[in-house]
Design a protein around this ligand. Structure first.
Ligand SMILES: C[S@@+](CC[C@H](N)C(=O)[O-])C[C@H]1O[C@@H](n2cnc3c(N)ncnc32)[C@H](O)[C@@H]1O
Length: 418
């Protein structure tokens, strides 16, 4: 039997772990920096009901009614909603994809990490990446270039980044470029990491699905072509069915290309995305993190979740490789559902290079080898040995060994959209 691995490190059990910390909700430093930056909003720093209303409006724009709210996200109220609610909520979302790169050995520490954040808005994604890289010891200094067509968002983002660097004593440099995103957005830069936080779907507005996919494919290939050998690009998208399914279709197209982009994650295989087979499925993540107060209070008042971070993502690297490295030469699977519990059994959907399969364990087969199946959630990665294939199922028996290569605890998804 191969050596067991330490769940969150990828290191063989018994050896000192290589730390790859998981995502964390923002803390006092970021919240204090938000207060500092809010001073620059002058007369339109909203609180209470007014703030909750602005948050609910921006949320509706992103989830349902884009076309109805033309002024929405560029108004001063929306800027305040983005600073006081969406930024602290969304900032940790980039941390899990970054942790995966590090865990699988595809991201090595460097003295200065250069980050290009495209469609940066207030910089939530770059700030999350910078804080994570510094916390995880993956960089000694982070230099961010934030690019967006919205000047006011860039200005507020820069003020906030300076406040966070001051409050948290971070070695963080920040510069901005006000321009529309294009295939040449990375020209003249030498980024190690390119980020596209919740912006790809905005580039798809008003064009046919096929055109949107083709534009996104060309854009991502061109951007990855600007990366050095060890570089990566991460696109985050809302965990909404149409956006997530488009990201999966984009992933299939990129895999069919000759490069330069290599699909690193979320998939452990290069087969067609099995989530696209049934219209009702969509590949997304759900991290069991709770929002800190006072952000949680705003969520409650606006009718949004106060826990669970949901998003979809695609990680591309310049060098060949994928998250399958975690499993080495064993059969590794990504868990793509929460545990489905019913009388006498627990089931998880796992992604394979064929159809989606269910990993099922009957309670009467519960043993020390397979108990861990109850603690897995969407985004966990496991190596399974000795399971019995039965139709669409992999049946976990008493002596089936389930080795956890990446853990994400189960999350309660029966809450309003986040
Ligand atoms: C939903 S916000 C996301 C902001 C940030 N990346 C985050 O993760 O929170 C999308 C941002 O993309 C910007 N954007 C949309 N289309 C763009 C384009 N064609 N060129 C440059 N920026 C664009 C918007 O101005 C907005 O700030």
């Amino acid at each position: 039997m191969p050596p067991r691995r330490n769940a969150d490190t990828g290191g063989p059990q018994g050896t000192p772990p290589t730390p790859t910390p998981g995502p964390r909700a923002v803390g006092a430093g970021v919240l204090a920096a938000i207060e500092d930056a809010a001073a620059s909003l002058r007369g339109r720093d909203l609180r209470g009901e007014e703030l909750a209303r602005a948050v609910a409006e921006v949320s509706a724009r992103y989830t349902r009614a884009r076309e109805e709210l033309t002024e929405g996200s560029t108004s001063q109220d929306a800027l305040c909603a983005r600073l006081r609610f969406f930024l602290p909520r969304d900032l940790p979302k980039i941390e899990a994809p970054l942790a995966e790169l590090a865990r699988a050995g595809a991201w090595t520490a460097k003295p200065t990490l250069r980050v290009l954040d495209l469609g940066s808005g207030l910089g939530a994604t770059a700030l999350g990446a910078a804080r994570y890289a510094l916390r995880a010891g993956l960089a000694e200094r982070v230099e961010v270039t934030a690019v967006d067509r919205d000047r006011r968002a860039l200005e507020l983002g820069e003020t906030l980044a300076q406040a966070i660097a001051r409050r948290e004593a971070l070695a963080l440099g920040w510069s901005t470029r006000a321009e529309a995103l294009s295939a040449s957005s990375a020209a003249g830069e030498a980024p190690d990491l390119i980020l596209l936080g919740f912006v790809l779907n905005e580039l798809a507005e008003g064009v046919s699905e096929d055109d949107a996919l083709e534009r996104q494919r060309e854009l991502l290939q061109a951007l990855v072509g600007r990366l050095p050998e060890g570089g990566a690009l991460i696109a985050l998208e809302p965990a909404l069915r149409p956006h997530s399914r488009r990201l999966s279709r984009l992933r299939d197209r990129l895999i069919a290309d000759a490069g330069p982009a290599h699909v690193f994650a979320p998939c452990l295989h290069r087969g067609p995305c099995p989530m696209l087979e049934r219209e009702r499925d969509w590949c997304h993540e759900s991290l069991p993190l709770a929002l800190p107060e006072p952000v949680a209070a705003i969520a409650r008042e606006a009718g949004l979740r106060e826990a669970h971070l949901t998003y979809s993502y695609l990680t591309l690297t310049r060098a060949p490789g994928s998250l399958a490295a975690l499993a080495a030469d064993r059969a590794g699977y990504r868990v793509v559902s929460q545990p489905l519990r019913s009388k006498g059994k627990v089931e998880l959907l796992i992604c394979t290079d064929g159809p989606l399969r269910s990993l099922r364990r009957l309670d009467r087969h519960r043993s020390a080898h397979n108990r861990v199946v109850e603690d897995l959630g969407r985004g966990s990665v496991v190596a399974v040995q000795g399971a019995q294939p039965r139709g669409p199922r992999l049946e976990v028996l008493q002596d089936t060994d389930i080795e956890v290569l990446q853990t994400v605890a189960p999350d309660d998804e029966a809450t309003p959209p986040m």
